[in-house]
Design a protein around this ligand. Structure first.
Ligand SMILES: Nc1nc2c(c(=O)[nH]1)N[C@H]1C(S)=C(S)[C@@H](COP(=O)(O)O)O[C@H]1N2
Ligand SMILES: [Mo]
Length: 354
């Protein structure tokens, strides 16, 4: 089931098979406000269900006044809203943890930003008349498989309070076009501020439950120190800044080669809990405040930043570090956990200036 790699143990074939199905966003795409669909990272636990949108519908069931069965046309006839949202996989940064938790072996590429369009989740919940004594809304995807020894569809619960927030969206479009199969066609949940696992793709059902929901997709997302530790649930994205790797790469090692002189270091920063207030860039031990771009393209979108480095020949480590409005600051060192989630330790990038 879940295992931590032995010291020095390489990526396994099982991890490699996951890594070649899922994909990261090349970090040079941090230069863009909105990630093109073809560059958006992907994280798919089971198989992509290829749904026929003409026979598909969304059922709203459980603790409701009137059950709903909505076609895509029904949803499209309701008032439309859009949000630009930065989505990050909770496992982003997993392979940088030491010891390395086995799982989808992300470096730092499990993040992207898209413009999602659809209907507000609240409007659908109100249409169904969801009971006030509902504890969790359970979102069901069409994809099915085994996780942590249990076979089920991909299901996630979210509290009624969290689900009723303004920004929650049932999205049928991404960057102005119908969703593609890999991103959840024909409909997915978008939960701005939350790590990726909450944004249920291939949605078929919303079940209003008077109980708390727990399942393998909750067990897989907890901050646990050991097998005996139940840990806290993973919810909102921790603050993080990432930089566009400067200069050019060596094609086999991906190490960065930079020419001496003025080098523009830029990137993006985000947090699921509050706006970004500060980004620091460090060259080895010397730290500088980056300039934040004017406002980000939306409250839930990453915030651009930049800093100009006067680079002299030598070997250096560049780091960047974000703070958010709640006062949360990225840690310099990892906060290790068994499942390798929420690793927002600062990015470190080795560059050679010559
Ligand atoms: N039904 C379903 N929804 C899902 C998943 C999945 O495997 N099945 N993966 C989740 C995870 S872990 C992440 S990080 C995001 C990734 O969304 P993307 O592939 O569109 O970037 O989708 C989430 N929603
Ligand atoms: Mo994820």
């Amino acid at each position: 089931m879940r295992r931590v790699a032995e010291p020095g143990e390489a990526i396994t074939f099982a991890e490699l098979r996951r890594a070649t199905r899922n994909r990261g966003m090349p970090l040079e795409a941090l230069a863009l406000d909105v990630t093109p669909v073809g560059l958006h990272y992907l994280m798919i636990h089971f198989d992509v269900p290829l749904l026929d949108e003409d026979s598909w519908s969304l059922r709203v069931v459980g603790n409701v006044e009137s059950g709903l069965d909505l076609s895509l046309a029904d949803l499209r006839s309701m008032p439309q809203t859009s949000h630009v949202v930065t989505l990050e996989c909770a496992g982003n940064g997993r392979t940088l943890m030491e010891p390395r938790p086995i799982g989808q072996p992300w470096g730092l590429e499990g993040v992207s930003t898209a413009e999602w369009t659809g209907v507000s989740l609240r409007s659908v919940l109100e249409l169904a008349g969801v009971g006030a004594d509902t504890l969790d809304l359970v979102f069901r995807g069409a994809d099915r498989g085994q996780q942590l020894g249990i076979e089920d569809e991909y299901r996630r619960g979210m509290s009624l309070d969290d689900a009723m927030r303004d920004e929650l969206l049932l999205a049928y479009e991404m960057n102005g076009r119908p969703l593609e199969p890999q991103n959840g066609a024909p409909l997915r949940l978008v939960a701005p501020g939350w790590y990726g696992m909450a944004h249920v793709k291939w949605l078929t059902e919303i079940d209003a439950s008077t109980d708390r929901f727990d399942g393998p997709q909750h067990a897989a997302y907890r901050y646990r120190q050991s097998e005996d530790d139940r840990g806290e649930p993973v919810c909102r994205m921790r603050p993080r800044a990432l930089m566009v790797p400067p200069g050019v790469p060596d094609s086999s090692t991906r190490e960065r080669l930079v020419e001496p002189g003025q080098v523009l270091i830029r990137g993006r920063a985000w947090s699921g809990s509050g706006p970004i207030t500060q980004v620091e860039v460090a060259v080895d031990e010397s730290t500088h405040l980056a300039d934040l771009d004017p406002a980000p393209v939306g409250r839930w979108a990453w915030h651009g930043w930049s800093w100009t480095w006067n680079a002299e020949p030598g070997e250096f480590t560049l780091t960047c570090r974000a703070s958010d409005a709640t006062g949360d600051v990225q840690p310099i060192d990892q906060r290790w956990n068994l499942l390798g989630v929420g690793n927002n330790a600062v990015q470190q990038l080795a560059v050679t200036v010559s």
